[in-house]
Design a protein. Sequence first.
Length: 233
Amino acid sequence: MNSLEAFQAGKVLLIDKPLNWTSFQVVNKLRWEIKQAFKLKKIKVGHAGTLDPLATGLLVICTGKMTKQIDSFQAQIKEYTGTIVLGSTTPSYDLETEINETFPTEHITEDLIRETTKQFIGDIEQYPPVFSALKKDGKRLYEFARAGEDVEIKPRNINIAEFEITNINGLEVDFRVVCSKGTYIRSLAHDFGKALNSGGHLSALRRTKIGDFDIKEGVSIEDFISSLNNQIE
């Protein structure tokens, strides 16, 4: 029920984030639409876990008093699907930046690809990408990266419960990953390429689950706005 009382008491909205939107833009858009619909001056709206602009999929949005649950939702395990391109790297580990280096791939076989996933299962250390929103000395890491400044990044302990190869088409490797909070799939793509004695970067990413929340229940921003307006009319 999209009533004012429901939004203020607290709702959990499952949004299918489109490509090239930041998570912040989605939150701003939904907050503005809710405020317009109910002629409000303000309402609390937040998201439970950032998705990169080049990623699509499940964004859990909380309103009103449910924003207090954001930390607990963020801590849940997550599932992603995507594509890693082998044989080349980019500074951002995805398509945000241009390819900066290429590597041999003649030695890579399907068996080697599937076998190498085992190195990444369980508790592992992972270095976040320098092109990320993590802060160091009060600045976001991507600010250092864009300025061409070197910055020391410390590894993080993460857990990968499942890393499944779903399709291999030449140098494009489709996968499904189930992982803990704090995992960077871009870093996984980069490290996977390195483990194959080659290179790798992420070319597509979609978040499909956060805890019990599933993208199958997600709606587009347009459909949410439409249902909001229909409820009020």
